[in-house]
Design a protein around this ligand. Structure first.
Ligand SMILES: [Zn+2]
Length: 305
């Protein structure tokens, strides 16, 4: 990693996290604030630029690069947001170029879950391999696929939209514009819905403690398993990581999830050799992951120059 800091940014649906990551990959000057406090004006990109400028001015070292993890689909070149339900007024703008011109340092954009995968790959010491896949169950479902060490982008940049596979039994509108996506039934938003309705006396964080053995929640966990099994059956990955806020919830039935994943995955292979790696949920995961991603890009750039 460079002598200077790499600025890692994780823009979530609820919170904005930023940190300065230096040698040794410790996060310094970590901040977590409600996303609305950053995007407090109509010109979201300008608001973001102003926030970063102020943040960098408070650091004790220079910034070598900025890397931003986004809950959005991005173009193949990773320079433009295509669709971002939670970030208003930033779609189809040259985000990377605008910020690069302003800060005169490289700016990298990736899906937030790709940044999480970079972090987990290092933390769990995943060796170089052909296919590494990460499924992250938070409010929605995030998916990142790495092929031979590179994030799989796809023709338009939108590969790995696992949360938006069609699911039977849902006619709810999804943030992507479609209806009936798996994300509505196997993401945290489903649990939030239960706690607004059927379990309205239960705080969402306690839902597995209070109701974990009931059919509604067992079916929910089974849908998570089906989603992960879909990924495994298509890709036969060397390593599969499962993480995010939902599996990290208190009394989440991980053993049952594991059993159900094995149930749904094709036999004898890939089920026979299947070993799911369950990752911890960490506050600065995508911030550090973004810095790791940028460090790798900078290294490649320096090798070419
Ligand atoms: Zn969708």
């Amino acid at each position: 990693m460079e002598e200077n800091y790499i600025i890692g940014i994780d823009i979530g649906g609820t919170n904005f996290r930023i940190g300065a990551v230096g040698r040794g990959q410790q996060t310094r000057f970590f901040r977590k604030i409600p996303v609305g406090e950053v995007f407090c004006q109509e010109n979201t990109l300008k608001a973001l630029a102003e926030y970063i400028k102020k943040y960098i001015s408070q650091l004790d070292k220079n910034a070598a690069a900025i890397a931003i993890g986004l809950p959005a689909t991005l173009n193949r070149q990773r320079t433009i947001l295509l669709q971002a339900p939670n970030i208003p007024h930033m779609e189809n703008l040259p985000v990377a170029r605008t910020l690069e011109e302003m800060f005169r340092i490289p700016v990298y954009l990736e899906k937030d879950v790709s940044m999480a995968l970079y972090y987990d790959k290092q933390k769990y010491k995943i060796p170089s391999c052909e296919v590494l896949a990460g499924c992250y169950f938070g409010t929605g479902i995030g998916n990142a696929i790495m092929v031979n060490g590179h994030i799989l982008a796809g023709k338009d940049g939108t590969a790995g939209e696992l949360g938006h596979i069609p699911a039977d039994g849902s006619s709810l509108p999804c943030g992507c514009g479609n209806t009936g996506c798996m994300e509505n039934l196997a993401g945290g938003k489903y649990l939030a819905g239960l706690c607004r309705g059927i379990y309205k006396d239960t705080y969402v964080g306690d839902v597995f403690t209070a109701h974990g053995k009931e059919e509604l929640l067992l079916e929910f966990v089974d849908r998570i398993a089906m989603t992960v099994a879909t990924e495994i059956n298509i890709l036969n990955p060397d390593y599969i990581l499962v993480g995010g806020g939902v599996p990290a919830m208190k009394d989440f039935p991980r053993k049952y999830l594991d059993e159900r994943i094995h149930f749904h995955v094709r036999k004898p292979c890939p089920e026979m050799s299947l070993q799911v790696i369950y990752t911890e949920d960490e506050e600065d995961k995508c911030v550090v992951g973004a810095a790791l991603y940028a460090a790798e890009k900078l290294k490649t750039k320096n090798e070419i120059n």
